[in-house]
Design a protein around this ligand. Structure first.
Ligand SMILES: Cc1cc2nc3c(=O)[nH]c(=O)nc-3n(C[C@H](O)[C@H](O)[C@H](O)COP(=O)(O)OP(=O)(O)OC[C@H]3O[C@@H](n4cnc5c(N)ncnc54)[C@H](O)[C@@H]3O)c2cc1C
Length: 531
């Protein structure tokens, strides 16, 4: 009703102005149904981090979430995240394979590292010093995390465009990763003391907290305590601008009611990626030879790219849109991620339908996905044994045939339909590579000390599916959205998967949760302070 009245008044106003010869003027922003200092659009990890951070900075906050619950992809994620963390990492032993990788970095020239040359120079000094001392404990540093993010993210697409992570953003990401963990710990969230390597993370610096739900529980609890108003089933539709500044959001509730939300200080877009928007994937993809509309994804249904579209309408620049991450190890039918059995990346062994390994399982996700797509039916099995299963109850997975279990390797080969002798010989060969800490076939760069020896044995069938959209809104280190003219758009901020430029061509496993927390916090603070 209020909206209709406003529309009539606006029309009369325009007619009067035209009649008096004043010429066209930017329409005034509509009267607000609700006002707060900061409006956050999207209630996943980045949006909640931004809302809490804005409230910590003294702002009143309204958060709108399109779904009927908070959480987004963050809620369904594994929740593991990368951070350099000397305290926890001191419990991780160094091994020969990782040591060799460090040494091989010393042989590279800084000219290979583009904008990241200063970080690489510092890293070389750190590695040299480390090699002169005690090498029994794992080496890590913020610079190594930055260099891994650079190497993992620098990619060239099918049209010959090369993209790299943006140095300034990565410096912020890696320097603030541990701080993000400590921030959540301050609110009572617990992180395990064990460090692993999630698939495609490239180094043991992955922390776990018992799943993505932990972030949502913590942050939504704190948001409530700090007085953040949360509107569920309310979708951001359009940004409202006034004199070139973003001053609010038009939103729609599930029953179609329109809502005008006015922001005194700023609007934060945190609507996630476009993994569940097949048309948008097909429109932008420049990395994969094929991106069928029917390709399954690991994502929730509301990952539709709304924030990207909304910001484009007010002149936002986009970066890296063609680069979409396929998760190599998803359910072949549904794309679901967690209905299988495997351990940290160094323990994973991939076997194809011919009973053979086909890739360095410790490599980046795009390397793994490309290799998997080249296998018969794009299908492979993750093989592991009782040491990985531990005391987990797998009955439901085995019953559903998501996981295949057998007492011997021979029986497992028969059950999954691969040539028995080839398979058994391949596992024995792999075990010998673990002993030698050297993989002459595929150059696996970390094995831990895990060999497949102890029955029962398990196989999980896997195929690549759409997982993460690396491209999105161009932002700066203050999470301000940058226009196509290269300037910050006043009043507009973004964080999380809606943004681009951080993960560039291929995201390291475990870097997305770090991203949403680090840049979610920054976006909230920037918006509260009208930066
Ligand atoms: C199955 C799975 C497992 C993963 N595991 C990991 C992991 O272990 N570690 C890691 O680093 N990364 C992982 N990722 C990636 C990571 O979880 C995501 O990149 C990250 O959580 C995205 O956070 P976000 O806040 O940007 O978006 P989301 O968490 O997706 O939140 C966006 C929210 O915005 C809402 N929204 C969308 N449009 C609108 C609109 N118009 N108006 C209002 N609200 C809107 C959505 O409903 C959603 O709630 C995983 C992803 C998936 C799918």
């Amino acid at each position: 009703m209020i909206r209709r009245k406003w529309a009539v008044l606006l029309l009369v106003g325009i007619l009067l102005l035209t009649a008096t010869g004043c010429g066209p003027k930017e329409p005034e922003a509509p009267a607000a149904d609700k006002t707060a200092d900061v409006i956050v659009v999207g209630g996943g990890g980045a949006g909640l981090a931004a809302a809490v951070s804005a409230a910590e900075n003294g702002a009143s906050v309204i958060l709108v979430e399109k779904a009927s619950n908070l959480g987004g992809n963050t809620l369904v994620s594994g929740g593991v995240m990368n951070a350099v963390d000397p305290e926890r990492q001191k419990n991780v032993s160094m091994n020969d394979a990782l040591l060799n990788e460090l040494k091989s970095l010393l042989e590279r020239d800084e000219s290979e590292f583009g904008d990241f040359a200063p970080a690489f120079r510092t890293l070389k000094e750190q590695i040299t010093e480390y090699l002169e001392g005690d090498t029994s404990v794992l080496f890590d540093s913020v610079e190594l995390h930055m260099i891994h993010t650079y190497l993992g993210g620098t990619r060239t697409d099918l049209q010959g465009n090369t993209i790299s992570p943006e140095y300034d953003l990565i410096e912020v990401l890696c320097n603030n990763a541990l701080g993000a963990i400590e921030w959540l710990e301050g609110y009572g969230q617990e992180f395990s003391d064990e460090i692993g390597t999630v698939l495609g993370a490239l180094w043991p610096r992955t922390h776990s907290t018992g799943g993505g739900r932990a972030y949502i529980d913590t942050l939504s609890g704190v948001a409530e305590d700090l007085g953040v108003e949360i509107l569920l089933e309310t979708a951001g539709k359009e940004l409202i601008t006034e004199d070139g500044r973003v001053v609010g959001v038009k939103a729609a509730q599930a029953d179609g009611t329109e809502l005008i939300l006015r922001a005194n200080n700023g609007v934060v877009l945190a609507t996630g990626g476009f993994g569940e928007n097949p048309e948008m994937r097909a429109q932008y993809n420049t990395y994969w030879p094929e991106m069928p509309l029917t390709m399954p994804s690991t994502n929730i249904p509301t990952a539709n790219g709304d924030g990207i579209t909304m910001a484009q309408q007010v002149g936002a620049d986009l970066v890296g849109m063609g680069f979409i991450q396929l998760m190599p190890s998803s359910d072949p039918e549904t794309g679901v991620l967690f209905n299988g059995l495997w351990g940290s990346a160094e323990t994973q062994v991939f076997i194809n339908k011919q009973g053979k390994r086909f890739v360095n399982e410790y490599a980046e996700r795009d390397v793994l996905a490309k290799a998997a797509l080249e296998q018969e039916d794009g299908l492979f099995f993750i093989i592991c044994d009782a040491q990985i299963a531990g005391d987990r109850n797998l009955d439901h997975l085995i019953e559903a045939e998501d996981v295949i279990k057998a007492d011997t390797l021979e029986e497992l080969a028969e059950k999954i339909g691969v040539p028995v002798e080839t398979f058994v010989a391949e596992i024995e060969k792999y075990n010998s590579y673990v002993d030698a800490q050297h993989d002459p076939d595929f150059g696996k760069s970390n094995f831990g000390n895990y060999k497949i020896t102890t029955g029962p044995f398990y196989a999980t069938p896997r195929s690549p599916s759409v997982h993460h959209t690396m491209g999105g809104l161009k932002i700066d280190t203050q999470a301000r959205v940058i226009s196509t003219e290269g300037q910050p758009i006043a009043g507009l901020y973004a964080a999380g998967e809606v943004g681009g430029g951080i993960h560039a061509g291929n995201r390291l496993g475990g870097n997305a949760i770090t991203d949403i927390l680090v840049f979610g916090r920054i976006a909230g603070e920037s918006a509260a302070q009208k930066k």
